[in-house]
Design a protein around this ligand. Structure first.
Ligand code: C5P
Length: 223
């Protein structure tokens, strides 16, 4: 039994996990883990070192020595991410980095090497963790589990809006294609595939506003 309360929020890309997790963490006053950012930063680290991704020994070494820091800057909506002392926040959140992360995240030894780093985020008074396998693997004994879904078209629309808000551009048909490729890879991989935990509350957010999703998640915590 885990004494630290953990709320896991899993789901496919573009479903709004990050936004829901951030709002819930603020509301509850709990820590926040964006596990996708860890996989993304790891992918950047591997990319910057010119390593073949079949070289599992080097991958594990990089994972074990990943110099990664999250900093919540006053007034900023998203946390800043520092890799090897450099602010990589912008490049971290591009589609290209997401794609690299998704490829590398399917490697079992990488997932094992990054497991403890993620689990270390669970601290009193509590943690909100978002990702793909938070409720099934990383925090399998979490007290509260949510799995968000939405149609691929709706998720591509949301992703486009998010990119535009960050001052980037995107083409909706390309984003939709990328979202579908990434979902398929994340769902069909052998290690920690994207599936709802048996005890997760599944919320289809296609027709829901953020406020409506927050209400449902808040009810789960109070129940
Ligand atoms: O959530 P985000 O889009 O930032 O994640 C990037 C990629 O990292 C995902 O497509 C997925 O393949 C991988 N990931 C994962 N497990 C997590 C979080 C992210 O495999 N817990």
């Amino acid at each position: 039994m885990n004494l630290i309360p953990v709320l896991t929020i899993d789901g496919p890309s573009g479903v709004g996990k990050g936004t829901v997790a951030r709002i819930m963490a603020q509301k509850l006053g709990w820590y926040l883990l964006d596990s996708g950012a860890i996989y993304r930063a790891f992918a950047l680290a591997v990319n910057g070192r010119n390593i073949d991704i079949s070289d599992e020994f080097s991958l594990v070494e990089i994972a074990n020595n990943l110099d990664l820091e999250f900093k919540a800057e006053a007034g900023a909506e998203l946390v800043s991410v520092y890799l090897d002392g450099k602010d990589v926040s912008k490049v971290l959140r591009t589609e290209q980095t997401g794609e690299m992360a998704s490829r590398i995240a399917s490697i079992g030894v990488v997932r094992t090497a990054l497991l403890k780093r993620q689990q270390a985020f669970a601290k009193i008074p509590g943690l909100v963790a978002d990702g793909r396998d938070m409720g099934t693997v990383v925090f399998a004994d979490a007290a509260f589990k949510v799995f968000l879904t939405a149609s691929a078209q709706e998720r591509a629309n949301r992703r486009l809006k998010q990119l535009q808000n960050q001052g980037s551009e995107g083409i909706i048909s390309q984003i939709l294609a990328d979202v579908m490729v990434r979902d398929e890879r994340d769902s069909s991989r052998k290690h920690s595939p994207l599936i709802p935990a048996k005890d997760a509350l599944i919320i289809d957010t296609t027709e829901l506003s953020i406020d409506e999703v927050i209400t449902q998640v808040s009810e789960l915590i109070k129940a």
